[in-house]
Design a protein around this ligand. Sequence first.
Ligand code: NAD
Length: 359
Amino acid sequence: MSLGEKTSGELNFMNFAVIGYGGQGAWHCDRILNSDVATLSGTYDIREARNEAARAKGIHVYDSLEALLQDTAVDAVVVATPNDSHNALVISALRRGKHVICEKPVDLTVAGFDAMVATAKEMGKVFTVHQNRRWDVDYLAMKGIVESGEIGDLIDIESRIHGSRGIPSDWRCEKAPGGGMILDWGVHLIDQILQIVKDPIVRVVCDTTYITGQEVDDGFFLTLHFASGKRAHIEVATYNFLPMPRFYLRCQSGSALIEDWRKHAQVARLTAWQEKDVTPVQNAAGITRTMAPRDELTLDCYEAPRPTVDVHDFYRNFCAVCGGKGELIVKPAEVRRVLLVMEAAFRSAECHSAVACSI
Ligand code: NAD
């Protein structure tokens, strides 16, 4: 079932305000203005320059955070500020009777997130996190291949994202506001992997990199070991001038690869294990049978279809749930598991060893 189908027929119309009009706050305002379920009351940013930018787009700017939260016409609030400020803003908005969407990473600690969830429950409000990369078509293509079983059960999966420009020189370079790549991109890639592999995690191994000389990690190598024996490798880098494949999947009856998020998934499905007359190949200074490539006699190679998505389904789903229909696509329990993995990853990187866990 596509994400679109999950929410069809459950539309509920709501009025939003956005806290923080930086890069992502502006993105939310734009989505809301173009949504079929949401209207925008306005925004508020602590920086006047950003409020000016919002006004220039014809968006109403509240005089203060207090004015935004007091507006009874506002049903729901989106928090799109630096990571360390999410907790206080989410809890204030919930206490003012607003439903809340918070940007990722929702909090820097599991304990902080638990306090948000407890407040939402106490106030009877809907609270979710903008894990928008659940709508990435590369991820959905990989998820589809695993779920279809077309190349058998999963053995291991690699997910990585590579840039070459370091961390943008803003709060993301600093520890206190919650910078660094585990919190920035890790949260997305971990969330995606936990949607593909639902088994309990028993061990986490993480190495962080500091190539660009920031006080926070500018990349990391993270391995998740599942109780089932499956394994996931997650990698983020900001100093790779030639990227490696976005996804690589090894299953019992084949492999799949996505070179780049703009490209289709390539699938190689094993049709027969053995080919008795395998011809040895010359490689470098020797010959090998082990590494001889397969041909069409034992391998069926094809391109997987690219899923179609509509990112507006995030808002449609949220509004439907606020109207008492359906369940959240991004569930608090799933968000909490991602935070637990991130905490274990930080511990592993700090002590340079594997962390046993039960997540
Ligand atoms: P940004 O620096 O561009 O914008 C943040 C804005 O928040 C700034 O304009 C700042 O003045 C404002 N602000 C800070 N504290 C405030 C407060 N207390 N009240 C009102 N405004 C306040 O950062 P960004 O890139 O927009 O990131 C914001 C959040 O969105 C972060 O949590 C980030 O991780 C997340 N984000 C998510 C995605 C995604 O794909 N889901 C992409 C980018 C950023």
